[in-house]
Design a protein around this ligand. Sequence first.
Ligand SMILES: [Zn+2]
Ligand SMILES: [Zn+2]
Length: 258
Amino acid sequence: MKIQLLPSTFDGAGCATPEQRLTCFLIDDRVTVDAGSIALALTDEQRESVRDVIVTHPHMDHIASLPIFIDDLFGSLTEPVRVHATEEVIALLERDVFNWTVYPRFSELKNQHGPVMQYMPFRTGEEFQVAHLKVTAVPVNHIVPTVGMVVSDGKVTVAFSSDTYHTEEFWELVNSAPHLDALLIEASFPNSMAQLAEVSRHFTPAMLKQELQKLNHNGLDILTVHLKPAYRETLVEEINGLGIPRLGIMEPGRTYEW
Ligand SMILES: [Zn+2]
Ligand SMILES: [Zn+2]
C-alpha cells in the first residue's frame, strides 16, 4: 500500500514545504482519506484516478479544497466523485459547505454523463469497501463528529486516527486487527499547550505517548501528522524526544510504502 500525505504549501521552486496546513492522505493513487489539499497537490494522472474520498470530519483543514476538486472536474467526470462519510458528517457537509451559499450542492448536479458527486454513507463499526480497500471506521474524541479508521488492502493494514483526544473505541478497533503495518496519528500542540489541546480535542506529544500505551501491536511504523505549523519546531523536538521506536513525523509529499 502506497500512502502520501499530500502537501498543502510549496516553496518558490515548487517543492513541498514540511509544514502541514491541510489534511489529505492519498492511498494507491485511487482513494483519499480527507480532502484538505486534494485540489492543490494531485498530479494530472492522480486527478483522473481518484474518485473515492473518505471524509473523517467536516473541519476546514480536512475538506478545504474538496469543492474545488469537483468543480475542476465538473465537465469531464464520467463517474461521480464518491464522498464516503457517516450520515452525521454528510448532513454537516450539506448544511455548511455544499449549501448553495458557500458552494453549489454538487450532489444535486449532473454533467452530460450523470451525477458529479455521490454520498456513500457508512456506519461506524461496520466494514465497508472503498475501491480496492476494506475500511472500518469508529468514532474518535474530537470537537465535532469524527471517525478514525483502519484500512486494509488484504495484505497491508494501516490505521488513521484523524483528529482526536484520548479515546477508546479506536484502540479496540486497531488492536482487533490481526496485523498492523503503520499508524498515522495526530500530535497537534506542544506540551506547553496541553490545556488548548484538551479543549480543542487534540493531542500533545506527552498525551500521545500516554495514549500509545493502549496500542497492543509491535514493530509497526508510527507517523505523527497534523503538527500545527506555528509550533512545528517545538513539536518536532518533543516528538523526537519521546524515545518511542519507529516513531517519526510524516513528511508531506513523500510516498510511503508498506
Ligand atoms: Zn478537526
Ligand atoms: Zn484537523
